[in-house]
Design a binder for this molecule. Structure first.
Ligand code: SAH
Ligand code: SF4
Length: 349
């Protein structure tokens, strides 16, 4: 018999295939898909256009995964941080960031923990526990959509999804891509590919795979330093995939997809924010179709690292812009509620 299938983990085509393999019809699969991802329904009993007998038969072979909310906290700027309990009692985090003109972003996790151990990151310090399933990835969006909806599963709508929560998305690529397919599906959450961002620490094979798939999503690469010595100090993964290989993969990605890359740069006081390093970053990225997103460090309590003063952050930006590189500074939001990469879960351990 094997284990029951989680229906929330299956993109529409796979769901149809699964239904047909189990002697249900594709038509019923489409109805179920609609209930799950357009209406946020979590129980077969709520799927009222399916005959009760059929619902029971499906439930013998399948289940609907659901996260449960362990805790949520809302900051004064409207940011809401969620801590979700998984069925094996692990915890993951997501953040809802309401914006202007209907731009409502959710930041979601792709793994429990992370194996890459970046020096400044709260998630990495505890190691990797496991990959999330596609259902666990998608359900973060579904649960937040349900939580923020004034009534039912409606307005305000989540418009943007960023995979910048806990974990390294490209280390769990197949589950992440299945989740992205569901999130993007018109019959599902219907969030445009260009509104979905995958952030990676720079796993070169994953970047090349993404290039081959030629999706229109936004690829963000965490750069954090313009030379191998400093980058390896901050991000040990750089020893495996040094800057030369990372930039070659980036160029390949741009050539294949025609899409620009966002390079993220976490600014850490006295570590990677000098004028020389700003200049070196500008020359490293010269000629690459990209923009830079500067992220002032969100200090993790017991690490000694701090964010630079505003003046120095602005200076770093100006130097990049003088060299023609479009640069933004990420707004710091929700830091009072520990709404940064792995911080809330860490407080619970
Ligand atoms: N593993 C992926 C995605 C999750 S981290 C990656 O590393 O890109 C998402 C972003 O948060 C990365 O750009 C990372 O550099 C940044 N980040 C991690 N810890 C941070 C902290 N304490 N303060 C600010 N940004 C942080
Ligand atoms: Fe992992 Fe990203 Fe944190 Fe590095 S910054 S430890 S890759 S989650």
């Amino acid at each position: 018999m094997g284990e029951k299938q989680d229906l929330k983990s299956l993109p529409r085509k796979e769901l149809i295939k699964w239904f047909e393999q189990h002697n249900f019809t594709g038509f019923r699969a489409k109805q179920v898909f609609n209930w799950l991802f357009k209406n946020g329904v979590d129980h077969f009993a709520e799927m009222t256009n399916l005959p009760a007998g059929l619902r029971d038969k499906i439930a013998e072979k399948a289940f609907i995964y659901r996260l449960s909310c362990q805790e949520s906290s809302k900051a004064t700027d409207g940011t809401i941080k969620y801590l979700w309990l998984l069925s094996d009692h692990e915890l993951i985090e997501s953040v809802y960031l309401p914006g202007e003109q209907g731009r409502n972003t959710v930041c979601i996790s792709s793994q429990v923990g992370c194996m890459l151990n970046c020096r400044f990151c709260a998630t990495g310090s505890g190691g990797l526990v496991r990959n999330l399933t596609s259902g666990e990835i998608v359900d973060q969006v579904l649960k937040m959509q349900a939580e923020i909806s004034q009534e039912g599963f409606g307005e305000p709508r989540i418009s943007n999804v960023v995979l910048m929560g806990m974990g390294e998305p490209l280390a769990n690529l197949e589950h992440v891509l299945a989740a992205v397919e569901i999130i993007n599906d018109r019959a599902g959450l219907n969030i445009g590919m260009r509104k979905i961002t995958i952030s990676t620490s720079g796993l070169v094979p994953g970047i090349r795979t993404l290039a081959e798939r030629d999706l229109q999503l936004v690829l963000a690469i965490s750069l954090n330093a313009p030379n191998n010595q400093l980058r390896s100090y901050l991000m040990p993964i750089n020893q495996k995939y040094p800057l030369e290989e990372l930039l070659a993969a980036s160029r390949y990605y741009i050539k294949k997809t025609g899409r620009r890359i966002t390079f993220e740069y976490v600014l850490i006081k006295d570590v990677n924010e000098s004028v020389q390093l700003a200049r070196a970053t500008a020359s490293l990225l010269q000629g690459i179709l990209c923009n830079v997103n500067l992220i002032p460090l969100n200090s993790v309590n017991d690490f000694k690292l701090k964010k630079p003063d505003r003046k120095r952050i602005n200076r770093f930006k100006e130097i990049l812009e003088e060299q023609g590189i479009e640069t933004t500074i990420r707004q710091e939001r929700g830091s009072k509620i520990e709404a940064a990469c792995g911080q809330l879960r860490r407080l619970k351990q």
